[in-house]
Design a protein around this ligand. Structure first.
Ligand SMILES: [Zn+2]
Length: 152
């Protein structure tokens, strides 16, 4: 899937990542929120999302909350960074909402603002629902909604 920002920057999401997330918006998984981080690379103004992590044992999964508290997500990103010689890195995160068409909650916005204070590069924040996804690019505290540019 290719997403596009208002100023024509592209965000590609690898098919494997799409399939992985799709499994968590199907029954019975969608009954508890799920999530993880995106690992990928920056290509000039564009972002490639190549892999993602999925819920780990120490994460909190509730019907309307996903808390990514397992240190394994960060460890996975660090490992990818080392293995790739510094090209593959944390580029954002995803989680699910148990609805057809998700929109960010106030808690989501707060969480993303906190993350954006740590990372200078643009980050991708994605919420998956049963029918659609909500996705934005965040940088310097600003969120810009992304539109789907190719269906895949
Ligand atoms: Zn949320």
């Amino acid at each position: 899937m290719i997403l596009r920002t208002g100023d024509d920057r592209l965000v590609s999401i690898a098919p494997m990542v799409e399939r992985t997330i799709a499994a968590y918006v199907a029954d019975p998984e969608i009954q508890k929120e799920a999530g993880g981080i995106f690992i990928g690379s920056y290509r000039g103004p564009h972002i490639e999302i190549n892999t993602c992590t999925t819920p780990m044992p120490r994460d909190v999964r509730r019907p309307t909350l996903f808390d990514r508290s397992d240190p394994g997500h960060q460890a996975t990103a660090l490992n990818a960074w080392k293995m790739s010689g510094g090209t593959e890195t944390y580029v954002g995160e995803w989680h699910t909402h148990p609805v057809d068409d998700p929109i960010p909650s106030n808690l989501d916005l707060q969480t993303w603002r906190a993350v954006m204070k740590i990372f200078a590069d643009p980050l991708i924040f994605l919420i998956a629902g049963r029918r659609s996804i909500w996705c934005c690019q965040g940088k310097c505290g600003e969120l810009a909604t992304l539109t789907v540019s190719g269906v895949g």
